[in-house]
Design a protein around this ligand. Structure first.
Ligand code: ADP
Length: 439
């Protein structure tokens, strides 16, 4: 106010002095010119202020007379607000980034359970598109009666396990709703497909093992009870020998099963090491001797073995894989059949152990299931040969641990070739092994 009144007073004083000297009319004229100058100056300052308003983030124009004292605090306040807003935006973005980095899906819903926000994981789990689905009810997006019933509950003490099928892919999700703030909801989603699959496998495995043990145990205890209840001398020596023979067979089956289970468990629990150069030809010769003993001259054996070729790996594991394929060939090849064993380099520099037989072969639809635990094409035949249904599962496991692949080629009624193909980095020759040893 003072800053406006002072120039008016100065012009009035000047006008008064000029009026006293040159007459009242001139004095008033000088005063009027003074006021006009002030009005024009003020208009010019206002137009600079108006221009600044459009670029309010810049500092205000300097020397705008009485406006200086008004604009400076406004600008300071604006600048402070701007900095606070920037800081809040940054922390909001940090929270959003953290929500995106969550291993679980997260989404927020309003009081009507309409979607407000979701992270990428939740979008993948539930097939959401934030732009498309925002403000739409989650019940219309996740169409499932179980989910609708869950979402309509008054409170959510437990999560919901939901099986969802989208684009021919099935997922099992664990969903948990929780209210937060005023009338808002947070939903957390977790993909438990793999966990559920493992849990089912574990249950199946326990059921299978119990089933496999029950058969020999039932037979064994049946015979033992019969022998126990029979009066002394009621069995002639031949019958007694027959019963004892059957009991020995059943207990051997159980022993084989336990041995295979222990091998599997050792494979699963021990770390996968690169291992030492293993003389596979020696392991093959041992397996061959076992196969020939099992065959008892019923089969013709042909071999083609590169004596120089070693594999970096674990000998006990490799021995069990090599022997499994050999004994299977004997067990599933009728008398007079031929079993051909090869151990040679492959074109890519790797190596291949193959056992070809002229046996019963395997139907195409069964080939893919052969390495499943306890899968047998003919349960009776496998049992009769003391098979556990775990041999190929073990062999495949061993192959994977040696970066190798188990290949199965078979024609029903004609024969099969089971081979383990090792990659070049696992192969090592006798010379290289000797050099390594010397070093
Ligand atoms: P098993 O102890 O029953 O032999 P494996 O896991 O070794 O268990 O083999 C699984 C099944 O694969 C066998 O029960 C058999 O049906 C089939 N199989 C394995 N090797 C051969 C083969 N050489 N020829 C035909 N069938 C085979």
């Amino acid at each position: 106010m003072i800053r406006t009144l002072v120039p008016v007073g100065v012009w009035a004083l000047l006008g008064g002095l000029v009026g006293a000297w040159l007459g009242a009319a001139t004095g008033w004229g000088v005063f009027a010119v003074g006021l006009l100058t002030m009005v024009l100056a003020s208009g010019w300052q206002l137009s600079r202020i108006a221009r600044w308003i459009h670029n309010i983030d810049d500092p205000p124009p300097p020397s705008v007379g009485p406006w200086d004292g008004i604009l400076a605090p406004i600008y300071r306040k604006l600048k402070q607000n701007r900095l606070e807003l920037q800081e809040r935006t940054r922390s909001f973005q940090r929270v959003l980034l953290a929500a995106e980095a969550l291993p679980d899906g997260a989404l927020t819903l309003d009081a009507d359970q309409a979607l407000l926000w979701c992270n990428q994981t939740a979008a993948t789990h539930l097939g959401l598109d934030l732009e498309r689905d925002k403000h739409h009810s989650i019940l219309n997006i996740v169409r499932s009666p179980e989910f609708a019933a869950y979402a309509r509950q008054a409170q959510w003490d437990k999560p919901l396990v939901l099986h969802l099928k989208r684009e021919s892919r099935e997922r099992t999700l664990l969903l948990h709703l929780a209210p937060y703030g005023v009338g808002q909801f947070l939903m957390v989603t977790r993909d438990i497909t793999q966990i559920e699959r493992l849990e089912n496998m574990r249950k199946d495995f326990v059921a299978n093992v119990s089933h496999e043990m029950r058969t020999p145990l039932t037979v064994l205890s049946g015979f033992l009870e019969t022998l126990h209840d029979m009066p002394e001398g009621a069995l002639d020596p031949d019958q007694r020998r027959h019963y004892l023979g059957l009991m020995i067979e059943q207990s051997r089956n159980m022993q084989a099963l336990v041995a295979d289970l222990l091998t599997l468990s050792a494979l699963e629990s021990s770390p996968n090491r690169h291992g030492e150069p293993i003389l596979l030809p020696a392991l093959i010769q041992t397996a061959l001797a076992q196969g020939q003993a099992l065959s008892g001259g019923r089969h013709v054996f042909e071999t083609q073995i590169d004596e120089n070729l070693r594999i970096l790996g674990a000998d006990t594991e490799l021995a069990s894989a090599v022997t499994n394929l050999m004994t299977n060939a004997v067990n599933y090849t009728p008398d007079e059949g031929t079993i051909t064993v090869t151990w040679a380099r492959t074109e890519d520099g790797g190596a291949r152990y193959a056992v070809r037989d002229t046996g019963i072969g395997i139907a195409e639809q069964d080939i893919v299931r052969l390495t499943e635990r306890f899968f047998r094409v003919d349960r009776g035949r496998s049992r009769a040969t003391g098979g556990t249904g775990l041999g190929l599962a073990i062999t495949k496991h061993v192959a994977i641990r040696h970066d190798a692949t188990l290949r199965i080629d078979s024609v029903l009624g004609k024969g099969s070739t089971f081979s383990i193909e090792f990659p070049p980095h696992r192969v090592c020759t006798a010379e290289a092994a000797a050099q390594d040893h010397a070093a």
